[in-house]
Design a protein around this ligand. Sequence first.
Ligand code: SF4
Ligand code: SF4
Length: 289
Amino acid sequence: MKQIAVLSGKGGTGKTLIAASLVRFLKNDAVAVDADVEAANLGLFLSGRTVSEEALNAGQYAAVDDALCNGCGECARVCRFDAVRITAETARVDPMRCEGCRACLIVCAPGAIDTMPRQTGVLRVRECDSGILVEGELLPAQDNSGRMVTAVVDRARQIAAERGAPFVVVDGPPGIGCPVQACLSLTDQVLAVTEPTVSGFSDLQRLLDLCDLRGIPAVVLLNRSMPGWEHPPAVERLCEERHIPFLGRIPFCRDIPAASMRRLTPLDHPLTAPPLQEAFRALFEQINC
Ligand code: SF4
Ligand code: SF4
């Protein structure tokens, strides 16, 4: 099984549309993952019915046993998140403020504090036209999305193994932070989707640096290409300098936003489909499939 992560280093490059196109290109050979748990939207393009849903507990919060608490206030003193109030000789933790750092557990002499699992999100498995989609949804005011990403990707790999699917295609989160780091674990190939802007170029460099650091091969696809308006042909030059395969350019097409509102992807449009199919073929040559 090969895991392909579609990443961009920034939001708004069209990464999700390219990931949805790749899943559809592979038909039932891929299990799709929406690992952008803070704003999952791959399901908009791979519509299907939910077959299972479960709580994800990727965090914790402190809880006080009133019978053991002597109201000394040490927990409130060490809590940097102002999550503890001492009332009527006992401590009260506000779960919304508590970050689960466990500092209060260390200083509580009577051992009156313990941690409780916190539900941070939901993991959903959906049956779509193009196969299975696994997605995570972070609940409001929750964090630890890196752990959620790991849980979502692990479930997809498990399903792929059960079904004998040769690919897991991960629509990754933006940026290069903790959720992206989590998404890179067990990834065999990164498909870096960039756009012809200064910020797109800068964030592509950061992403490629991260792939280097993690020893994961990357290929680059330039989306929304506009000859004469690009900053710069620099993307191709960068790939040359770094010996990274450049898969090609997907032309800017005004129809794509309207088409995406009808759940269509660039693979469904006559202008963008041919270069995209060619780029995907080059991608699979790269990973020897
Ligand atoms: S440190 Fe422990 S005993 Fe002291 S107030 Fe907090 S919970 Fe109660
Ligand atoms: S676990 Fe950390 S954040 Fe939560 S109450 Fe204890 S010290 Fe405060």
